[in-house]
Design a binder for this molecule. Structure first.
Ligand SMILES: Cc1cc2nc3c(=O)[nH]c(=O)nc-3n(C[C@H](O)[C@H](O)[C@H](O)COP(=O)(O)OP(=O)(O)OC[C@H]3O[C@@H](n4cnc5c(N)ncnc54)[C@H](O)[C@@H]3O)c2cc1C
Length: 654
């Protein structure tokens, strides 16, 4: 029954809100140097258009800022599109712009699908072109119905390999590389044009007792770590899988070093983290790893190729995958072993709600909509009991993006920083306080306590507090230590991210937040409650309790330390920041054994089917993800080990 439901879910609209904050925008790009030649149209039903000849300038908002174009029209055609400036993410958004531009010119159409994983960039460019079409008196409605037949539709290409890997994130690349190094012919397919998946956006990974950690004098006591992990997850985890990760991930560090993917050890408050290579170098390193192992070994890397269905023989063994290329060609790849590494379903809002009840922000990859899981379930894989785990690891302030257009990064981040400070009162959507706000000091505790209480929470801050922040920075309200924000959130204002830097123009920033609709303001507590749409009685009562706790230094509701109970002052205005939780990925969906073979309902391996990375990571966690750096550490480790198993199986069965 569940599977039927899943099929229904897969036809729903998908939320493609990829979070690329870490990479930041890239520099303004130079103008295009495309020739004026118009490709022959392949549109099916292109109807004659009439334009006012000329070149028109237009712009629209992309993912990271404005996309400006100059579009040239003859009396019947769009003859040229020049992208004058844009700041989309390098290697993803900017590539998508080129793809969309070519498709519009080639098909003389605006009915172009967004590039997977770069929806906002694609839509931004299409909107700018649409504006230019309007200026040229073109018929936008008609252009939007000019469908272009995909060149490869109806064609089938047959390939064979010993191991096929679906998905080229950290886990898929590692699996493909180790399988090839073991001597298997490998084909790896990837839905987007990008190699590296979410690892390209990540900060650091955990490789237990890596040679670097040990050299730096930080050693984890393995048996205690494993025992604590199991107990902290209420024993509802796979003890063998945890042991394998804790004892084998250190080797992954050395393996990555050898392959040229160099990480830097960091003692992160006693945790063994390894900071990943510079953001703009990672994809290239992973591509080189694939070149040196997979391609050198006679295999192939097929990007913009989406896995659609697993191929099975009569016995139910998995024997390959059917995929679709961007031009519509079906590719059937047969293989002895198939490794799923498709990264889960965090971008499928309905699935996330169904399995976890979470309705916050998807900060994971927009293209990860659960296709890999769907394929595996159809092939008989078990849907595990702890299906719903998510990687809730970041708190966001809704205000940040709009404020960045008016203020510098530090100022635009005042609401965000406030969401990580223990000194303010936090309430859920009803207006009720829901936690000791000291939870904000630990990113994962902050995210999970909030998500359990609704799709957002409000951080309450008074003018009195803002005035002190404006005068003396965080020290003005006795903040004892820098907030536990992910480092990438403050990387572009690191020099101002100190306890003593005054929050200049704090009131202006918070007024702008309220004016933009990303927070609320009220002259009184009652007015704030009414403006914020929370229950006025609940909020007022909670506020009065909180004031009492500040006065007495004793928080009878949640036990917050008196150190964080900072006075609100006697007068308004008061502000409420809308804080939301960012889901970095879904965790789990398939059960695997320590060979990374996917298990069926009887917990017996389905022959030929392997899973690595996020979709197999539910073996490590009970109901949700709690580890710092485990996402990356496990993806590389499970890929490295799973790829070896898949290769051994393939070579044994030849
Ligand atoms: C913004 C952000 C920051 C993070 N920071 C950290 C951090 O600091 N430390 C940490 O440990 N973890 C972090 N994580 C989590 C970590 O990045 C992931 O756990 C890990 O990278 C997942 O790797 P994966 O290979 O399982 O999946 P992914 O990286 O999601 O790769 C899956 C790949 O499969 C492709 N794909 C999807 N469907 C198909 C299909 N049908 N056919 C073909 N290909 C398909 C996708 O395009 C993608 O390339 C972060 C995640 C995000 C989003």
């Amino acid at each position: 029954m569940k599977k039927k439901k899943m099929n229904r879910l897969f036809v729903t609209a998908l939320c493609f809100t990829m979070f690329i904050l870490l990479l930041g925008g890239c520099e303004q790009k130079k103008s295009d140097k495309e020739s004026d030649k118009i490709p022959e149209t392949t549109a099916d039903n292109v109807s004659a258009q009439k334009y006012k000849t000329g070149t028109y300038t237009a712009e629209a908002e992309g993912k990271e800022g404005l996309i400006k174009v100059e579009v040239t029209f003859s009396d019947t055609k769009i003859t040229d599109i020049q992208i004058i400036s844009q700041s989309e993410t390098e290697g993803l958004g900017d590539d998508a712009l080129d793809t969309i531009k070519e498709k519009v010119l080639e098909g003389q159409t605006l009915a172009v699908d967004a590039v997977s994983g770069a929806t906002e960039s694609s839509d931004g460019l299409l909107a700018a072109i649409e504006d230019a079409v309007k200026q040229a008196d073109g018929n936008v409605d008609e252009l939007k119905t000019n469908t272009v037949k995909k060149e490869g539709e109806g064609q089938v290409e047959k390939l064979s390999a010993e191991v096929v890997v679906i998905g080229a994130g950290a886990s898929g690349v590692s699996a493909a590389v180790t399988a090839a190094d073991k001597g298997a012919k490998v084909i790896i397919i990837e839905k987007t044009a990008v190699i590296g998946g979410a690892s390209n956006l990540s900060w650091a990974g955990k490789f237990y007792n890596s040679s670097a950690a040990v050299e730096n004098g930080l050693k984890v006591e393995v048996e205690k770590e494993i025992a604590d992990w199991i107990a902290n997850n209420h024993w509802r985890v796979d003890a063998a899988a945890i042991r394998q990760y804790v004892t084998k991930s250190g080797e992954t560090y050395d393996w990555l070093e050898e392959k040229g993917y160099q990480t830097t050890f960091l003692n992160f408050n006693g945790e063994q983290l390894h900071v990943l290579p510079a953001y703009d170098t990672r994809q290239e390193i992973l591509k080189n790893m694939l070149k040196d192992s997979v391609e050198q070994g006679g295999g192939q890397v097929l990007t913009e190729t989406t896995g659609k269905k697993l191929l099975a023989n009569e016995a139910g063994d998995v024997v390959g995958v059917s995929a679709e290329k961007a031009d519509g060609t079906t590719v059937e790849i047969t293989a002895e072993s198939v490794v799923l590494a498709t990264g889960g379903y965090a971008a499928n809002a309905e699935m996330v709600k169904e399995y976890f009840g979470f309705e916050g922000v998807n900060g994971g990859l927009g293209q990860n909509v659960g296709e890999g899981l769907e394929m595996a379930w159809e092939a008989g894989a078990k849907i595990p009991d702890n299906m719903g785990g998510q990687m809730l690891h970041q708190t966001l302030a809704r205000a940040t993006a709009a404020l960045k257009k008016e203020f510098n990064s530090f100022q635009a981040s005042y609401p965000l920083i406030s969401a990580y400070l223990p000194n303010f009162m936090n309430v859920g959507p009803s207006g009720a306080r829901f936690r000791d706000e000291a939870a904000t000091l630990t990113a994962v505790a902050a995210a999970n306590t909030s998500a359990f209480n609704g799709s957002y929470h409000l951080v309450i801050i008074s003018k009195h507090q803002l005035d002190l922040l404006a005068q003396k920075g965080m020290s003005g309200i006795n903040v004892p230590q820098l907030p536990g924000m992910p480092p990438e959130f403050y990387s572009d204002f690191a020099d101002q991210f100190t306890l003593d830097t005054p929050w200049t123009d704090a009131e202006k920033v918070f007024d702008a937040m309220a004016a933009n609709g990303d927070g609320y303001k009220g002259d009184t507590i009652e007015e704030l409650a009414a403006n914020a749409g929370v229950d006025v009685d609940i909020f007022t009562a909670e506020y009065n309790n909180y004031i009492e706790a500040i006065k007495t230094g004793v928080d009878t509701e949640f036990g917050k330390s008196a150190d964080y109970l900072f006075p609100m002052g006697e007068e308004g205005p008061y502000y409420a920041i809308i804080a939301e939780i960012n889901n970095l990925g879904s965790v789990g969906g398939l059960l695997v054994n320590t060979e990374f073979e996917v298990l069926n309902d009887e917990r017996v391996p389905i022959k030929g089917l392997y899973a690595v990375g996020l979709e197999s990571e539910g073996v490590l966690f009970n109901d949700t993800y709690v580890g710092n750096g485990v996402g990356i550490g496990y993806s590389f480790t499970s890929g490295r080990l799973g790829g070896e198993s898949a290769a051994l199986n393939a070579l044994d069965n030849k």
